[in-house]
Design a protein around this ligand. Sequence first.
Ligand SMILES: Cc1ncc(COP(=O)(O)O)c(C=O)c1O
Length: 399
Amino acid sequence: MEFHFSERMLTLKPSVIREILKSVTPDMIAFAAGNPSTDTFPIEEMGQIANELFADKTRIASILQYGVSEGYQPLRESCFARMRGKYQTGADFDELIITSGGQQAIDLLSKAMLDPGDTVIVEGPSFIGSLNTFRTYQANLVAAPMQPDGMDLDVLENLLKTEKNVKFIYIISTFQNPSGYTTSLEKRHAILELARRYDVLILEDNPYFELRYEGEYVPNIKSLDKEGRVVYAGSYSKILSAGIRLGFAIGHRDLISKMVIGKQASDVHTNLFFQVVAAEYMNRFDLDAHIEKARGIYREKRDLMLSCLGAKLPDCVTFSRPQGGLFVWMDLPAGSDGKDLAALTVKQKVSIVPGNCFMVDDAKVNSGVRLNFSMPSKAQIEKGTDILAACVKEYLGRK
Ligand SMILES: Cc1ncc(COP(=O)(O)O)c(C=O)c1O
């Protein structure tokens, strides 16, 4: 039978990373993944809570029932209280919706705001999952190049001036996926001011900001927002567990109420059982102490990866030195193609993601590659960077 797919799905390709991960065998070193380390999941504590919930027949019966689309109220309250109290993120005019991962917050805002042909300004490079969401809504995607301190503001302003129907600017403000870069406070203020001047929204996607291994916390853009111009997408994937699929959006109540309607037409509500587990976890245990433990694990891995890259790569290859998050961006000399390097490393059982995948125009040659340090063990980081460096030398020697 011939299937007549919708126009919006015709141009959409499967996430390259998900495809790469499918071909990853247990003997392969995965620098391509973006997964958190399972060592950081609070398995015992969550198990204890789950057992107690199932032992209470009346309570579990109501948890296994339908819930409300906005989210489980105690989780909404503790999440909002934590974001407002600790990070001044969210104001009196804002509401919070619990979503199925941060990914759904991005999807629901797009559903609420984007008509086909509307423009979304993104960072170049940016997160594939979001680019594909915007593509699903047939958005016109344009990028401002990402610099070590955030978007190129001249390009951003020019795009705001020249592009039609710009609905929002999409920013991964801290320890960006894939570059590892963090937008400076100065640029956060400047981007908010530009958004105000050109009357567009900002979608601040910030799932990594609590995984900081050094340096000072940079206030979230949402914390600078005095008029409801910023929608904040948060996630529990990197601080609690990814498989529970818990995220949230904080935004002006009028925006959130539209997102709630969008959610009702999508999955009705986020998995109630894990919302309750997360709420109980935050109530009974110290989430901040747990995050501190995760930071320790990742800091060691990041340090190891950076020192290995520094010692093993030729000088003409540069790489970012992220103060947190899960990714390092490696750049080959101009004219190189990250795809060719990825083809070489995969033969040696090391997977990496070529930089073109993170670009609006992914057909264009890109000299970057993304490396992840959270998934591989320390031994794998040592061995994998040996292989990577040998492949880089082979590739550059051939060119
Ligand atoms: C920048 C960014 N945004 C959003 C997400 C989605 O995260 P989740 O849906 O697991 O909360 C990810 C996941 O890797 C990400 O890197």
